[in-house]
Design a protein around this ligand. Structure first.
Ligand code: ATP
Length: 207
């Protein structure tokens, strides 16, 4: 399974080309940080990779990818549902029994250092806990391709660190992971970096 992007070129009316012949490959393992100045096209690239937006030119081939999951910048949850519910409920749509779903949810909450808040309502979670829960839920569904948009944008330094720690350890998820970010710590937590500032000048190829 891998993601192959070849000769990607895209512009919106009035933006000029965001990327020009962008070519790279990503395989499952450590996360790849997509970095670049504000407006350089990080979220646009994620949308094209997800298949939500058609590029002007070039191709995106999601070899062997059947499921795609997007983690948004702002954590969204159901106020009175527990952290555990947030992970279990999507798993129940995946042919797991309730007890299998609960076992997997507890396992993943522990990995994301959320075991202590498993029974806490979403509205009572801190910003960092809520963002980690969104990542935990996404990883629990075992997507082939995981797209994460600015996961630390709303967080203070300390809570951002806990999210970055999770991203640094995400290689076990088995997913292809792309993370759009401004945050230098998030960039450092990722195994690879795709810099869109370079992409406007050349066509970088990731290993
Ligand atoms: N649907 C759209 N129509 C027109 N212009 C758009 C559209 N979506 C994005 N843009 C423009 O394309 C450029 C890239 O936007 P994008 O959100 O991808 O950048 P970004 O690097 O993720 O920015 P930020 O770091 O500020 O979130 C911006 O100038 C934005 O205004």
């Amino acid at each position: 399974m891998h993601l192959s992007v070849d000769g990607l070129t895209h512009a919106f009316p009035g933006t000029g080309p965001l990327f020009h012949g962008l070519t790279f490959e990503v395989r499952p393992g450590g996360a790849t940080a997509v970095v670049g100045p504000s407006g350089s096209g990080k979220s646009t690239l994620l949308s094209i990779v997800a298949g939500w937006l058609e590029p002007d030119a070039g191709t995106v081939t999601r070899h062997g990818v059947e499921t795609v999951c997007w983690v948004f910048q702002n954590p969204h949850g159901v106020a009175r549902r527990t952290a555990l519910d947030h992970v279990v409920l999507p798993l129940l749509t995946q042919d797991l029994t309730r007890s299998e779903a609960q076992d997997r949810a507890h396992e993943i909450l522990a990995v994301f250092d959320l075991a202590d808040v498993a029974d806490r309502q979403f509205r009572r979670l801190s910003g960092g806990e809520a963002q980690r829960l969104m990542l935990a839920r996404a990883v629990a569904t075992r997507p082939d391709l995981l797209l994460v948009d600015e996961p630390t944008a709303q967080l203070d330094l300390r809570t951002a660190r806990t999210v970055n720690d999770v991203l640094a350890g995400i290689s076990d998820s088995g997913a292809i992971v792309l993370v759009a970010t401004h945050d230098p710590h998030t960039r450092d937590a990722c195994a690879d970096v795709l810099d869109l500032a370079d992409a406007q000048r050349a066509a970088p190829v990731l290993p």
